[in-house]
Every structure is written in C-alpha cells, then in structure tokens.
Design a protein around this ligand. Structure first.
Ligand SMILES: C[S@@+](CC[C@H](N)C(=O)[O-])C[C@H]1O[C@@H](n2cnc3c(N)ncnc32)[C@H](O)[C@@H]1O
Length: 230
C-alpha cells in the first residue's frame, strides 16, 4: 500500500466534508482520552494522522506554552486543518508519513493519534519512528476504532479499499513492546453519547442492522498507552 493511495482516499474524504464528520464522530472518545493525559506546561505534542486537525487544536490548548503538531499524508486534510486553525493557536500541520517522521530524536513529550495508526504502510517502521521522536519518559497514546473483537471492523479494509492492521489488543501490546516501549497496556473507551437510535443505515453500508451498529458502539475504542523508558 502506497502513501499516494492513502492520500488519494483521504484527500477525497477531506473535500467531501468527512474530516468534519470524523470530528463529530470521534469527538467524545478523544475528549475522554485527552482529559486523562496530564498534559503539562510547555509540552511538545505530535498528532499522527491529524486529519483536519481538530484534536491537534484541542491538545495545543491544554496548557500554557504547549505546542502541538499534526501530520497527515493527505494534503487536502492538511489544507483544511490550516483553514480551520486560528493564527493565535499553538498548533500547526505538516504533510508527513508515520514511517518517516521529519523530527529530531526525542522532540516530543507525547505522541497522540486517533483512528489512524492501523493504516501504517509499514507498522514496524512507524513504531520505530514514534519511539525515536518521543523523549525518554514520554509516551505514545494511540486510539483506534478498528481492532479484532470489535464487531464489523473486520470488513473495513475491503470497504475503504486500503490495507489496515486489524489486530487484537494483545497484538498491539506486543508490537509496541517490540519497538522498545514499556508499561504498554490497553483500555476501552466507550462514547458517552451511546448509539444514535435515529441513525439511517444504508443497504450495503458498514452495519447490516441496528443490532450490529449497537454492538459496534458498545464495544468502544481501543486506547493503547505506551511509555518510553527514562
Ligand atoms: C480515519 S482518518 C482520522 C483523522 C483524524 N485523526 C480524526 O480522528 O478525525 C486517518 C488519517 O490518517 C492519515 N494517514 C493514514 N495513513 C497514514 C500514514 N502512513 N502516514 C501519515 N498519515 C496517514 C490519513 O490521511 C487520514 O487523514
């Protein structure tokens, strides 16, 4: 899977307003996660696969002097992120790839990501890069909606037309440990709004019926915590 193919799909999402739809859909889970992150004054934060940059902007406002950088392979996502970002905010965006992070070793206190890492073209390389750019004592906090055990997600790669690392929580833990991370653990975060009972399910869409949709919602997002040893 090439980065050009990923950018092609997500550029289209950005121009069709799906960046904003993801903000609405992922917003509650990300709010719950960010509230628990203990972001401190002056922290340097990287948001991997930032899309239109809404989470990057939230992260940048979590403490005095905090700097947040969002990277994304899709130029149209980065363009939209820049359009939506006030000049006074300490958030900025770059076109970039998980597998070749254009930052010096140990730059970031925190690498955050929502719903993006499983698209990595080379997961081992991406995890090595994440490990490299985090400071000793810093952490990666990675959230994903697609994992083994979450109903319907096994069919997403085919539906979207992109490769996805569809892994179980235990396999994510092993992958992070192999990259050098310590104290790796997972937890599930359930959207507090619950399933939208008025949702209109389309024939041939992600959910075959309301029961499948509710099962997906009730399973929650997978949050991987991983620390870089001091
Ligand atoms: C499902 S979207 C999530 C966007 C955003 N985090 C959100 O929650 O709204 C995944 C994003 O990751 C980006 N992406 C996927 N694979 C990537 C890679 N290997 N390098 C950089 N960005 C990538 C895509 O371009 C896309 O914008």
């Amino acid at each position: 899977m090439s980065h050009e193919k990923i950018a092609g799909v997500f550029d289209e999402w950005a121009t069709n307003g799906r960046g904003e739809k993801m903000e609405a859909g992922h917003g509650d889970v990300v709010e719950q996660v960010i509230e628990k992150l203990n972001i401190r004054a002056g922290n340097q934060i990287l948001d991997l696969g930032c899309g239109i940059g809404w989470a990057t902007r939230i992260l940048a406002q979590k403490g005095p002097g905090v700097q947040a950088i969002g990277i994304d392979a899709a130029p149209a996502m980065v363009k939209r992120a820049e359009e939506l970002s006030p000049l006074t905010i300490r958030a900025r965006y770059e076109i970039g790839q998980f597998e070749n992070l254009d930052f010096k070793d140990g730059k970031f206190d925190l690498v955050f990501s929502m719903e993006a890492l499983y698209y990595a073209t080379d997961l081992k390389k991406a995890l090595a890069e994440i490990f490299r750019v985090i400071k000793a004592g810093g952490s990666a906090q990675i959230v994903m909606d697609n994992y083994v055990g979450r109903p319907t997600t096994e069919g997403w790669a085919e539906a979207v037309g992109l490769n996805m690392h569809h892994l179980a929580a235990q396999d994510w833990i092993l992958a992070f440990e192999k990259a050098g991370f310590a104290n790796v653990r997972c937890e599930l975060v359930v959207d507090r709004r619950g399933p939208d009972e008025d949702i209109e399910l389309k024939p041939g869409g992600a959910f075959k019926d309301m029961e499948a949709y509710r099962a997906f919602c009730n399973a929650g997002s997978l949050w991987v915590h991983a620390e870089k040893p001091s």
